[in-house]
Design a protein around this ligand. Structure first.
Ligand SMILES: [Zn+2]
Length: 90
């Protein structure tokens, strides 16, 4: 009986995660934590003391999310990948 229970719970979790990925496909970028700017590096901090155009105009865009602060969830990325594979196969 425990195997059936486990399968049922796993199914519910999977459906819930799929629904969450459908409703909110994006989540905050891990690297910039949703701000869209690259985290300050040691080199940037050292250069900021000297007058530098980048230091005045603020931090550069996050390279991982291109300044959007958003990141596709793994579940949504999987759905997109499956869709693409199906379209190619057809
Ligand atoms: Zn980012």
């Amino acid at each position: 009986m425990s195997v059936v229970w486990f399968a049922g719970i796993a199914l519910i979790v999977a459906v819930g995660y799929a629904a969450a990925c459908y409703v909110r496909p994006f989540t905050a970028c891990h690297r910039c934590k949703g701000t869209g700017t690259a985290p300050p590096r040691l080199w940037d901090r050292l250069r900021r003391r000297i007058t530098h155009p980048r230091a005045i105009h603020g931090r550069p865009d996050c390279r991982r999310c291109a300044g959007t602060g958003l990141r596709l969830r793994i579940g949504r990325r999987t759905v997109n990948y499956i869709r693409r594979v199906r379209r190619v196969g057809r």
